[in-house]
Write a protein of this length. Structure first.
Length: 127
């Protein structure tokens, strides 16, 4: 199986059971292979205002994940992205993390990551 970086939007949709059966099975496989998330996704997930049960699901998900920090390689990729196109810094860091590690990005926000050279994207909502 390919290596994946899971974006916040896909974690949200997965935890709320918003995907089709095919999308859910895809996410199950990606998560069972040890989920990779950016430190940005970790921060975004922990900032959600939600009920206690959902908060525990988020904490458990993060605990089971590999958190990819902002390394020098991610910084270099991020700077190149920000200089080359209009993209928000958190999205640029997430895209740069996927690029620096050679991972495919799992996201429902394809438009946020459109036209980034070399970035592979899978949208589970479209499976």
């Amino acid at each position: 199986m390919a290596q994946y970086l899971i974006d916040t939007s896909s974690v949200s949709d997965y935890l709320s059971a918003a995907f089709s059966v095919k999308g859910t099975l895809f996410m199950d496989a990606a998560i069972d292979a040890i989920p990779n998330i950016s430190v940005i996704t970790q921060i975004e997930l922990l900032c959600w205002k939600t009920d206690a049960a959902t908060e525990q699901k988020i904490i458990d998900f993060i605990g089971d994940s590999i958190i990819l920090d902002i390394s020098p390689a991610v910084i270099t990729q991020c700077v190149l992205l920000r200089k080359g196109k209009k993209i928000k810094t958190p999205d640029a860091i997430i895209a740069a993390t996927a690029l620096a590690h050679g991972y495919t990005l799992i996201t429902g926000n394809e438009k946020d990551f459109a036209n980034i050279n070399g970035l592979k994207i899978v949208n589970p909502a479209k499976l």
